[in-house]
Write a protein of this length. Structure first.
Length: 82
């Protein structure tokens, strides 16, 4: 098993890792930015966090529905290919 990963896969992995680092570094600073720089209060911070949680929940819901649809259609695709 001496196959090596293509350059594009390695670059995609590196970019994904750096993006994860960036988001993990920014997330703890968001409350200070909203309350200090933007002058928002606790309600604004709560609304922002709630909106982010709602968006994540809707994306998970859509991804779950797509995964279920793909799972149910897989046997029919296999029959058509065979």
């Amino acid at each position: 098993m001496s196959e090596r990963l293509p350059r594009q896969v390695k670059l995609f992995g590196a970019v994904s890792l750096l993006n994860d680092f960036a988001s993990e570094m920014i997330y703890p600073l968001l409350p200070a930015f909203v309350t200090g720089v933007l002058g928002g209060g606790a309600v604004a911070l709560g609304a922002l966090d709630g909106a982010a949680d709602a968006a994540a929940a809707f994306v998970k819901l859509g991804a779950g529905r797509l995964a279920v649809a793909a799972t149910h259609s897989a046997p029919s695709m296999l029959r058509a290919a065979g």
